[in-house]
Design a protein around this ligand. Structure first.
Ligand code: ASP
Length: 308
């Protein structure tokens, strides 16, 4: 068994590891760990305590994928619910669809009795307004939100910093490989923006025959390269896990614009190997790993590839 998650997973990684160790089905083990991350306001990029969109509203994205059935469930731009990951799971189990967004996702969340609540904490609200104030003239401040939002969304943030996600991948006791993600996305994003986290194939993918992959940082980049599916496909076509991840890094590095700096690929294969590689990120990127035989998850350093 193996459990791989990104650095933001710390509130939930041990719970997921314990559940896997106890023989629980992999995707439920991931969902229960991610729910703890979503609830923890120290994690500023996921669930309660995350960053709002440019209007100051919390819009959350999440996804799950079962690598045996290749069934998926995802929600995008979900407002007013505490556990988008649980709603994504229910999309998979209770609907014939794979993804719901916005109002429809909220109607469904209510229908499945998801926990309702306000995810915007006072500090996020203050930081959001400070950033916006700096980017607006006094006239625009008075007229807000009836002002052009695109320049505000584009200019009010440093896209290299105010974002992250939590991603969890596992192979369970039955060698079923699963993936799950949850995020508040890019701070001050344009309303309705979906990142890669709810886009299966971009932010995550799992296939028990080969492995799984999930990405963090600017989702626009992994959407453009279908990064998560590419890694799994490269393994299907015969590459090793390391070769597949390096090839996907080359795909990202080919992009000539946008923010590839810091995009991080987390991947496992069906033989129990793992690989975490970050592109052009000078900072210290870590991840969490638990494998059969370990007492508890360990925090490790990601490999960094600098091409710029
Ligand atoms: N990938 C997420 C998104 O684009 C954010 C992140 O992981 O930094 O919404």
């Amino acid at each position: 068994m193996i459990l791989l998650a990104n650095s933001e997973a710390y509130p939930g990684i041990e719970a997921s590891a314990r559940r896997l160790q106890a023989g629980e089905e992999g995707l439920r083990a991931l969902v229960e760990g991610i729910k703890l991350v979503e609830l923890d306001p120290r994690v500023r990029t996921v669930g309660y305590g995350g960053w709002p969109n440019v209007l100051g509203e919390m819009e959350l994205d999440a996804s799950v994928m079962d690598g045996d059935s290749l069934r998926t469930g995802a929600v995008g731009a979900l407002k007013g619910y505490i556990h988008p990951i649980e709603v994504a799971y229910k999309v998979m189990t209770d609907l014939n669809h794979e993804i719901l967004v916005g109002e429809g996702a909220a109607i469904f969340a209510n229908e499945v009795n998801a926990v309702a609540g306000n995810n915007l904490i006072e500090d996020s609200k203050q930081v959001w307004w400070e950033k916006l104030e700096q980017a607006m003239t006094p006239e625009q401040q008075a007229a807000f939100p009836n002002v052009p939002l695109a320049p505000l969304s584009n200019n009010a943030t440093d896209p290299e910093r105010v974002r992250d996600t939590t991603v969890f991948l596992s192979s369970d006791i039955n060698r079923k490989i699963t993936a799950a993600t949850s995020t508040s996305g890019w701070a001050w994003k344009y309303p309705g923006r979906l990142g890669d986290s709810p886009i299966i194939g971009a932010g995550s993918y799992a296939d028990s025959r080969y492995g799984a992959c999930a990405c963090t940082h600017t989702g626009e980049m992994s959407i453009r390269c279908s990064t998560a599916h590419a890694v799994v496909l490269y393994m299907k076509m015969g590459m090793t896990l390391d070769e597949a991840v390096y090839e996907a890094i080359r795909d990202l590095d080919y992009l000539k614009d946008g923010y590839t700096e810091g995009v991080t690929i987390h991947a496992i294969d069906c033989h129990g190997n793992h690989k975490v590689v970050s592109l052009n990120c000078p900072g210290n990127i870590t991840y969490w790993l638990w494998q059969t035989g370990m007492d508890k998850p360990e925090e490790r350093q990601a490999e960094v590839i600098m091409t710029k």
